[in-house]
Design a protein around this ligand. Structure first.
Ligand code: MF3
Ligand code: CO
Length: 250
């Protein structure tokens, strides 16, 4: 499929779906505490999405069963909420959600520390992953390439001795959750697809404290680090503007 260029009117619609995603994540964040289950987070999200008049984007996508992905500790992405998965003090949990509003998708993720016992090194993993996303977004402007964006993300991560996951990438987004192009979190400056005003992409670095390798568990969804190291994930939906980029899930 060609890369879809969005009109300013379409980007405004995507900003509205992005706002809903943001509100859902900020709502769910308040439920993250020791003793809460990832199903509790799912339930909070279901209620909020309904209240805001949107439709969940993930539920039913390729058979995925929930509105959130909740990925705890060594889980990288696509963890499935469950009443049995109870968060403990010192855990980290990635919360990823998407919605459809007026035909347009928004997609964003955050990783949150549970309680007070998260180690300084783990807090660093969260901060560096978030910073890598921000640095990637700063690299966006018309004429820049996806290699520029990936290289910016990768540099921030590897400077800390962390590693970037290769098996999963970001994506174009619009009237479908996943559109072209793929948006890797690694790359070489000057290489890859050139960005143009009106493109909208979801950038979502997945960063492991240890080695980059991941594997998918027998549930067919949950991706974990092969070495059991912790993993963090942040994501924004971003539009390319004449000046640079605007974050639609801000
Ligand atoms: N943010 C992820 C992505 O864009 C989440 C997708 S989960 C799925 O790929 F269930 F929808 F597949
Ligand atoms: Co995404």
């Amino acid at each position: 499929m060609p890369i879809m260029i969005k009109t300013p009117q379409e980007i405004e619609k995507m900003r509205r779906s992005g706002q809903v995603v943001r509100e859902v994540l900020e709502h769910v964040r308040q439920f993250v505490k020791p003793g809460a289950s990832t199903q509790d987070l799912e339930n909070a999200a279901v209620g909020k999405i309904k209240e805001l008049g949107a439709k969940a984007a993930f539920k039913g996508y390729r058979g995925y069963p929930c509105v959130l992905c909740t990925s705890v500790n060594e889980e990288v992405v696509h963890g499935i909420p469950s009443a049995e998965r109870v968060l403990r003090d010192g855990d980290i949990v990635s919360i990823d959600t998407g919605v459809i509003l007026d035909g347009y998708y928004g997609d964003s993720a955050i990783t949150v520390a549970v309680g007070q016992k998260v180690s300084p090194r783990t807090q660093r993993l969260l901060a560096v992953t978030k910073a890598s996303l921000e640095r990637g977004i700063e690299a966006i402007k018309p004429g820049a390439t996806l290699g520029d964006v990936g290289a910016a993300v990768q540099e921030v991560v590897e400077a800390e001795g962390f590693s970037v996951v290769r098996e999963f990438v970001g994506h174009g987004i619009g009237t479908r959750l996943h559109e072209d192009p793929q948006v890797p979190n690694y790359g070489r400056r000057g290489q890859g697809q050139k960005l143009r005003e009106g493109m909208v992409i979801a950038i979502e670095p997945m960063v492991n404290a240890g080695k980059p390798d991941v594997q998918v568990l027998s549930d067919g969804w949950t991706a974990v680090t092969q070495d059991g190291s912790l993993s963090a994930h942040f994501e924004h939906t971003v539009a390319v503007t004449a000046e640079g980029a605007t974050i639609l899930t801000q």
